[in-house]
Ligand binder design. Structure first.
Ligand SMILES: Nc1nc2c(ncn2[C@@H]2O[C@H](COP(=O)(O)OP(=O)(O)OP(=O)(O)O)[C@@H](O)[C@H]2O)c(=O)[nH]1
Ligand SMILES: [Mg+2]
Ligand SMILES: [Zn+2]
Length: 293
């Protein structure tokens, strides 16, 4: 039978089949032998046995992410909140680079607009050319805009713990009744309420995954191991980077760098450029480490 993995918990895969049933499946041993992990969002062939079953094969993937662990998504909602927790531009910029790399469309969401105005954050990302939504899971502001972006897509919500991913999904789909958690005012962050990635079919012709949030303390580097030119994944640099004096310019303060020029003229957002420099340094370390190995 054909199916879609909607949830994966300690070696069990919950598969939604075309007949509308959900099967609790194990993977065949050869997946483990080949060190191949199955992901939520994987399209699979499986052999049902009552309400259980075994996964036989995984269909070719369009893309995968390690964090959040999902496959085959069209769109990633990168969710931040105005306060507790405050937006972390480096985290957002890592995720947008990853989206560009993995051919996923990012939508930048600033939640909790009822607590503090998110306009300034939205402007940064609008200026950088991204779809950006200001919203509130409490007042309902911006919910229609999110729904419009959900239509016909397989998408996932990601972002810091406590930003309000599950709350937004509950607001849009009240029957989901996802667990939401309090945030620690003292530490200014969430409490990792959502523990598993789970994909839900919705009535706007698609699927959406709720995922466990990041802790703002941990570095989200897992997926950023690409060897290609990092600037290729900063889509807002595109209009300038071909005007650099040197064709191999890496835009880190080099002479005659048109990207740096654009930052100085306010045509590229400073926080975006700062994130670029940080990630560039990380990847440099990573490359050196790979060579040593
Ligand atoms: N004032 C206000 N509070 C919100 C809003 N959205 C979420 N919250 C609160 O923020 C807290 C965290 O919300 P969650 O939905 O659990 O956050 P999450 O992003 O799913 O967090 P994890 O599952 O830990 O990753 C809860 O106390 C929510 O009630 C909002 O728009 N406005
Ligand atoms: Mg949650
Ligand atoms: Zn340059």
């Amino acid at each position: 039978m054909d199916g879609l993995i909607i949830k994966a918990i300690s070696g069990f895969y919950y598969i939604s089949a075309e007949n509308g049933n959900i099967y609790e499946c194990k993977a065949r041993g050869r997946f483990k032998n080949a060190n191949q992990t199955l992901l939520v969002g994987d399209r699979v062939d499986f052999t049902p046995d009552g309400e259980k079953g075994v996964v036989d094969a995984v269909k070719e993937r369009k893309n995968t992410l390690n964090r959040p662990p999902v496959a085959n998504i069209d769109k990633l909602f990168i969710v931040s909140s105005s306060v507790v927790p405050s937006p972390n531009t480096l985290l957002i910029d890592r995720m947008t680079a990853l989206c560009a790399y993995k051919n996923i469309e990012p939508v930048i969401v600033f939640n909790k607009n009822d607590l503090e105005d998110v306009g300034a954050w939205c402007r940064i990302y609008k200026n950088a050319g991204f779809k950006t939504i200001a919203c509130s899971a409490v007042s309902g502001e911006g919910i229609e805009d999110i729904i419009n972006e959900l239509k016909g897509c397989v998408s996932a919500f990601t972002g810091n713990s406590g930003a309000g991913k599950s709350s937004l999904l509950n607001k849009i789909f009240p029957t989901l009744s996802l667990n939401t958690g309090s945030v620690s005012e003292k530490l200014g962050r969430g409490r990792h309420t959502t523990r598993h990635t789970e994909l839900f079919a919705h009535n706007f012709g698609g699927y959406v995954a709720d995922t466990p949030g990041f802790s703002s303390l941990e570095a989200e580097k897992d997926d950023l191991t690409f060897k290609e030119n990092l600037s290729d994944f900063f889509t807002d640099f595109e209009a300038f980077k071909f005007d650099c004096r040197f064709s191999d310019c890496n835009h880190t303060g080099d002479k005659g760098c048109a990207v740096l020029g654009a930052v100085k003229e306010g045509k590229i957002e400073e926080t975006r450029y700062k994130s670029y420099l940080t990630i560039f340094e990380e990847l440099k370390d990573l490359k050196a480490w790979n060579i040593k190995k």
